[in-house]
Design a protein around this ligand. Structure first.
Ligand SMILES: C[S@@+](CC[C@H](N)C(=O)[O-])C[C@H]1O[C@@H](n2cnc3c(N)ncnc32)[C@H](O)[C@@H]1O
Length: 276
């Protein structure tokens, strides 16, 4: 996720997940009476979802929209394309203590497919709680389980890749092996102090149109890619696709269609919580 240009082209799953959670929980968000909402998108990536999905759903007179992300590349890309007088992008690690200027600041925090990258869920949720003002609320979606994590695990044991994939566990969703991600996440939200907690896990299938799109998207979210020498990128992706096929994780479907559909199965967690 250090290549914003590739991510921008290959984020169809993330766009759909963001839309799904907003369809489900946006009606619970308590907008300010004066319409001047102060909004944060945690793990905003290259800004596409922030601007093309979230922004459209904010009150027209919103006060400000901030995208926060750990990645310098993502923040720079988003800033260059989307920043305005009311919209900004800043570096932020949601697991760390929030900077003083973010504390008690936001009316609403949104986070789309970012929190699954945080191994310390309790700290991330505590930070979000502390960045909300006393009536604030949040809408979250994250990847609970995905077969891509099994593939990374297997690849990290291959002598060709192990040197680049030493810390694989750091990038696997904390809920990948959980028997009940919804119960666990609810407990964590309550533990952070949130009220009115709603959590749901949805089993989803996502269709990629054509193998190339699937391959691009696998590269775009691969945290190890930046450490793999460029001349090995294609070999690495070939191996990724080979394992995916061997494990039977892809269903190809070109039945009567011009382009084959590549189907992936995963579980998405959707949540709403507030401080009031
Ligand atoms: C899969 S992308 C999602 C981007 C965007 N929200 C979307 O839906 O397209 C995950 C993003 O979370 C960011 N991220 C990962 N860990 C983070 C952390 N601890 N604090 C803030 N951002 C983080 C990554 O840099 C990446 O841009």
């Amino acid at each position: 996720m250090f290549n914003p240009t590739l991510y921008h082209k290959a984020n169809s799953l993330q766009r759909r997940d963001a839309t799904d959670v907003l369809d489900k929980y946006l009606h619970l968000v308590e907008w300010r009476k004066d319409g001047k909402d102060v909004v944060l998108d945690v793990g905003c990536g290259e800004g596409d979802v922030t601007i093309n999905i979230l922004l459209k759903r904010l009150p027209i007179d919103f006060h400000s929209l901030t995208g926060g992300d750990l990645s310098v590349e993502m923040v720079d890309y988003a800033k260059n394309i989307y920043a305005t007088d009311k919209i900004d992008f800043v570096l932020m690690d949601i697991v760390a203590e929030p900077k003083p200027e973010h504390i008690n600041k936001y009316d609403h925090i949104f986070s789309f497919n970012c929190l699954n990258w945080a191994q310390d869920q309790a700290s991330a949720l505590r930070s979000m709680y502390n960045m909300l003002n006393e009536t604030g609320d949040c809408v979250i979606t994250l990847v609970a389980k995905h077969r891509i994590f099994d593939i990374w695990k297997l690849m990290s044991e291959d002598p060709r890749w192990e040197q680049y994939m030493r810390n694989t566990d750091k990038y696997i969703s904390p809920y990948n092996n959980s028997l009940n991600p919804a119960v666990e996440f609810r407990k964590l939200l309550l533990g952070a102090g949130f009220k009115n907690v709603k959590v749901q896990v949805k089993h989803k299938t996502h269709d990629y149109i054509g193998m190339k799109n699937y391959r691009d998207s696998a590269a775009a979210v691969n945290p190890f890619f930046k450490d793999i020498p460029k001349h090995l990128h294609e070999e690495y992706l070939d191996h990724f696709m080979y394992i995916t096929g061997e494990l039977g994780y892809l269903e190809e479907d070109n039945n009567g269609r011009e382009k084959e559909l590549i189907k992936t199965n995963y579980s998405s967690l959707l949540a709403y919580a507030s401080k009031r």
